[in-house]
Design a protein around this ligand. Sequence first.
Ligand code: NAD
Length: 493
Amino acid sequence: METIGHWVRGRSVEGRSGRTGAVFDPAAGRQIATVDLASAAEVDDVVEVATDAAAGWAEASLTTRANVMFKFRELIDGHREQLAAAVTRQHGKVRSDALGEVARGLECVEFACGLPNLLKGSFSPQVSGGVDVHTMLEPVGTVAGITPFNFPVMVPLWMLSNALACGNAFVLKPSEKDPAPALLLARLAQQAGLPDGVFNVVQGDSEAVNALLSHPGVDAVSFVGSTPVARHVFETGTRHGKRVQALGGAKNHMVVLPDADVDVAADAAVSAGYGSAGERCMAISVVVAVGDVADRLVDAIGARIPEVVVGPGDDPASMMGPLITREHRERVRSYVQGAAGEGARVVVDGSDVDLGEGFYLGCSLLDGVRPGMRVYDDEIFGPVLGVVRVGSVDEAVALINANPYGNGVAIFTRDGGAARRFQRAVKVGMVGVNVPIPVPVASHSFGGWKDSIFGDSPIYGPEGIRFYTRPKVVTTRWPETAGRLDLGFPTGN
Ligand code: NAD
């Protein structure tokens, strides 16, 4: 059976800890590889390699770095199919969805190609007589990136594109559930001319994560994953003096007003609720039906569910693949099976699909969902859509604002005024107006509010440049006359 190891100083490295994890093909429901799980000592070695390489890369000219990023962009573009196939094999999502993930990751590389412009500092001449001030953006040093299973190409690219462009070294700790695509990215970066040691991959679980969080050689940590782990990463990393951005879980609402086109809204709810088997942090998991649209909407969503073809990700007919593990499938199934007991109406029960040993579930639709029910309160992270019925937009906003998560939200309406009031009132980081999955393009930044993020920095885009650089401000004077003693505090006169 294949063993998936680390990538250090530009080559594959076998693990030494003796600890391994199982990697599955979720479509077949069987183990296909083992992954090495790094010890703290192995993490030490990787961080040392990265820190040594960081100094040289920080000194590489902007032109050199931009050339590497452009070449990296070309190579990813030319390897879309290979990257997508690697994602489908270990994650299970269907090919079109995996290609979409690659495309959205590629956007971040393209943004980072503009690094000579992005890293321009600022200059203020003559702030005082004969005194100039300029600000330079310097790399932070060595960055650790810790990523979730659900986007094994895109989320690493959210981080490493800007981190590398800014002149940092990067240590990626991918999810142990689908660790292979990270190695493909590392090879492509090497082919693009990135010096060995600047981008390393350390495979592992919480032991490797905790070693990175306390390692004195790690200057900044980017994390994407579930809320409890995001909170732990933020608290531990900052306690060890690091700059940390930690993006967590979600419960995304889609509000449908009575004037909305019900067919448009139902298509969006099904696509955004069940795409990638609901395993997206921006998946719609709650439809908030306002007023008399509810019955029409529930009927329209229910009528579409039989059209969703569930099957292996590499079958072109499949629209929705399996879940990531058997345990996760059982957890999601338990929510559907417990929903009626909590007082919800099970409109469609997708908890039983007969597709062999793969970790499959069908689409489930629950009506009459309310706060206080587990199906509302928890992030289920599976193909389960709950409908909450409310009487007004104000009630919808109050529901959303009382939810501890604040990642994404969407409103479906034909009323521009209502949409404008909604986007201003709602306490959520990313808002879609007739757009169910409002993942910002790479020239903007991605980040939720409340328990969907810890730390003050959204990820990628302009915020990514800010996070991966430190400003240094230089005040300069070239005196032309002899000085004189002045013990007063310098002022701008
Ligand atoms: P996870 O939190 O279980 O794992 C994320 C990473 O943390 C992995 O690399 C894992 O090895 C590591 N990890 C897990 N448990 C740990 C622990 N106890 N201590 C230290 N490290 C630990 O998340 P997941 O199941 O891989 O991914 C799904 C979650 O990620 C969902 O909650 C989803 O909403 C969230 N997510 C959020 C975003 C976002 O942008 N906000 C994007 C994608 C996924």
